[in-house]
Write a protein that binds this ligand. Structure first.
Ligand code: KG4
Ligand code: ZN
Length: 357
């Protein structure tokens, strides 16, 4: 699209535990961006409870949509909604709401892919600027609670996956290690803060490679090693103590560095192969300060511009969904509101509630 006019867009996101609504003008300026987090509703269960998520979305959407429309500076001309991947019940609430909204007002409706939303988030601003144009070759890392992959994206927002995690997602490993230490959910933001007080060289942790697939990575060996170390040092739940012992800070700093090493390892070779004009990172883990710093440094080394999303747009939000919807609209995609359905992927599972380890 990059420049071609699109209508002012209402975006709706309800794939997991965040209900979010946004309005973007035709140039991708964020006019409204509201969300209702369900973290407190799920916290007693240590992860996202799917049925609870659907009911919370059902309560929040009728409040958030009018609140977002109130902040919009003109009439809505397009509705975009996350169709997947995500929890089927949670997605359906947003999808049916968006379809009814579009149908009643005779507005065009587009499906947005949640990951494509994350991919376009670095191009958005929260300072009233229009969305940045996407160059023709972007090397993009998405690291969230459910996904960790490298993509090659073109100017239309279409992306091809180049490498991925073979087991856990980066955010999931942060959440799990935090849980063993008795730290609150989600673990990523807490670890980010506490790791600053530790020595990243203190605890040796493995950085396993996957044979024959140079751009895929793995986190489960690293996570298990960290948990084994915590148990051997008898530090389970030590994060909940008034005085957190120094070895906890050291473990967190070492663990954070190992996760960032794993995420960034494919970058030099991918950059050599694809010669990107830009490198981006998105998803909840893109808020991580070490990852942001290390990626920026990698960009200097490679001579490629690095673009980071505004921290408030790293976790799930609807501004990114509205933008992904605008790009889909510009590519000519449309949905029939009467036949439109959610597209949950069977592989996707809610953070904190995955298979037993
Ligand atoms: O993108 P997101 O909101 O939801 C998914 O689509 O999964 O990502 C949430 C994930 C959680 O696992 C959370 O622990 C992680 O992002 N996260 C972080 C940070 N902030 C959030 N991980 C590391 N450092 C952070 N500062
Ligand atoms: Zn997400």
């Amino acid at each position: 699209m990059n420049g071609a006019p699109v209508p002012r867009t209402l975006g709706i996101e309800s794939s997991c535990d965040e209900t979010a609504v946004a309005v973007l003008d035709g140039e991708g300026r964020v006019e409204a961006h509201v969300l209702a987090s369900q973290i407190e509703a799920h916290a007693p269960f240590g992860g996202v409870v799917p049925e609870l998520a659907s009911r919370e979305h059902l309560k929040a959407l009728p409040l958030l949509v009018p609140a977002a429309l109130e902040q919009a500076r003109g009439k809505i001309g397009l509705v975009a909604v996350t169709a997947g991947p995500g929890l089927v019940g949670a997605l359906l609430v947003g999808v049916r709401f968006a379809a009814a909204f579009a149908w009643a007002r005779r507005l065009p409706l587009v499906a947005a892919d949640h990951l494509q939303g994350h991919l376009v988030s670095p191009f958005l601003s929260l300072d009233g600027e229009p969305a940045r144009p996407i160059p023709s070759k972007v090397l993009a890392l998405v690291a969230s609670g459910g996904h960790s992959s490298w993509y090659l994206m073109d100017a239309t927002g279409t992306a091809e996956r180049l490498g991925r995690t073979r087991d856990d997602a980066a955010g999931e490993t942060f959440d799990k290690v935090a849980q063993v230490l008795g730290l609150p959910y989600p673990g990523g933001p807490v670890i980010d803060r506490l790791a600053r007080r530790g020595d990243p060289g203190a605890v040796p942790l493995p950085r396993p490679r996957i044979k024959g697939v140079p751009f895929d990575f793995s986190f489960s060996g690293l996570k298990s090693a960290a948990i084994r170390w915590i148990r051997a040092e008898r530090l389970e739940d030590a994060g909940a103590r008034e005085d957190i012992p120094q070895p906890v800070y050291d473990l967190l700093a070492s663990f954070e560095r190992a996760v960032v090493d794993q995420l960034l390892r494919p970058l030099p070779e991918l950059a050599r192969l694809h010669r990107p004009e830009m490198i981006t990172v998105s998803g909840g883990v893109a808020a991580n300060s070490l990852l942001r710093r290390r990626l920026t440094e990698a960009g200097w080394d490679l001579g490629v511009e690095v673009v980071l999303p505004p921290p408030a747009l790293t976790t799930d939000n609807a501004a990114m969904i509205a933008r992904a919807g605008q790009l889909a609209f510009a590519r000519g995609e449309r949905q029939d509101p009467r036949r439109f359905d959610a597209r949950p992927s069977t592989k996707w599972q809610p953070p904190g509630m995955r298979r037993k380890r």
